[in-house]
Design a protein around this ligand. Structure first.
Ligand code: TXA
Ligand code: MG
Length: 377
């Protein structure tokens, strides 16, 4: 699958701006044109609390086909259906277990996607032929108002070209999607910065197929048996979550993930960055504020570190917030990857994080972006 299929028909993408702090009625009014585009089978990118989504009418096969075409997304990777009201759930899923309902009551609206048995109103194109459907009710005021105004459930994958990091700002969407979609609703930067948690409720115990905005710990408070796919299980269960088979969350240049005791990670990143710079290769460092500070001290010209004078020219740092506040890291991670890509680095290094709370999703995205390039120290 090409990164950006050239044969795509060129569209005049309309960009509008709305203030997510406006009243719901104001938003619905301002989003009238976007809602009309959706009802007529067009594609509209919009902010959610996780990442920007690329929406189309989930009941319209042609709209769904346009989403796949715009993203260059493999046809076997199903979409999440977004709803604005609890009643809609029963139209989309053929049955909702009491456990699934408890989860929806507890975490919706919010960053939790439930995999449930699919009803007949959802076309096979949305679910890539699966008998199950992914459903989520976003909490972002712009997403809520848009779905509400459209009056139909909205199928929406992340609004990036397939394989690239998910967009956390309207400019990210614009760079990937201008000319490929009908409309972009700019509602500012997204809050969480990583995608929703995908939880398979078609089996017992439930299985987290993708860690995300709702922490595993929080789901286990309701359903302690909840399992998580890890390591090789990802591949074994590939048919159940097609998305896991595909390249994901990746910057263009190769990313190496360094794991181990923190100070050792810092030392390893410094040595590798210096070695790359020595060969005249531009190096990107996707690191926390704490790690960036250590690296700057370590690599400063007066530090005596080998070749440190060439570092300023070759090493580009994208800081992603504090290690003490993993949510800061989550919301800055994809933007950091994109910034380093734009700085045209040949290689990136990232540190690793504790897997508690949102840390699990951070480590999942970094591991997938690294695609096996992990250095243990
Ligand atoms: O936060 C999010 O979830 C964002 C916003 C826009 O809502 N959306 C998002 O969509 O990340 P997408 O398409 O990038 O990721 C959806 C994931 C994929 O890994 C896909 O394979 C999985 O959900 N998925 C969708 N339907 C499924 C199903 N029926 N069974 C198993 N996995 C499914
Ligand atoms: Mg995606």
């Amino acid at each position: 699958m090409p990164d950006a299929p050239d044969e795509h028909e060129k569209l005049a993408t309309v960009r509008i701006q709305v203030d997510p702090r406006s009243r719901a009625e104001t938003l619905e009014e301002e989003l009238g044109e976007a809602a009309r585009v959706l009802r007529q089978g067009g594609t509209v990118a919009f902010p959610t609390e996780t990442v920007y989504g690329l929406g189309g009418n989930a009941l319209d096969r042609r709209a769904v086909a346009r989403i796949f075409a715009a993203k260059g997304r493999p046809q076997d990777n199903p979409l999440i259906v977004h709803i604005a009201q609890m009643e809609t759930l029963d139209n989309i899923a053929s049955s909702v277990s009491p456990e699934a309902r408890r989860l929806a009551d507890r975490f919706w609206p919010g960053p939790l996607t439930l995999i449930l048995p699919k009803s007949d109103v959802i076309p096979d194109e949305v679910t890539a032929g699966l008998k199950s459907v992914a459903v989520r009710m976003p909490s972002h005021p712009v997403a809520c108002a848009l779905i509400q105004a459209a009056g139909v459930p909205i199928a929406a994958p992340s609004a990036n070209i397939s394989g690239r990091p998910s967009p956390t700002a309207a400019d990210h969407v614009w760079r990937d999607m201008a000319g490929r979609i009908d409309m972009l609703v700019d509602g500012g930067a997204t809050d969480i910065g990583l995608e929703s948690t995908v939880l398979d409720m078609t089996c017992w115990p439930p299985v987290v197929l993708r860690p995300g905005g709702v922490a595993l710990e929080a789901i286990r408070e309701l359903i302690p048996e909840t399992r998580i796919l890890a390591g090789e299980d990802n591949l074994k269960l590939a048919p159940r979550s097609p998305g896991l088979r595909h390249k994901h969350y990746s910057p263009s240049s190769e990313l190496w993930l360094v794991v181990g005791e923190w100070k050792s990670q810092v030392r390893e990143i410094a040595e590798r960055a210096a070695a790359e710079a020595r060969c005249g290769r531009r190096v990107g460092l996707l690191v926390s504020a704490e790690t960036a500070a250590e690296l700057r001290a370590l690599l400063a010209p007066e530090s005596g570190f080998p070749e440190s004078e060439s570092l300023e020219r070759y090493v580009i740092v994208a800081e992603v917030g504090s290690r003490d506040y993993p949510q800061e890291v989550a919301s800055a991670l994809f933007d950091g990857m994109r910034r380093l890509d734009e700085a045209d680095v040949g290689i990136m290094f990232a540190e690793s994080y504790d897997t508690a709370g949102v840390g699990l999703a951070i480590m999942n995205r970094l591991t997938m972006a690294a695609g096996g390039r992990v250095v243990e120290v």
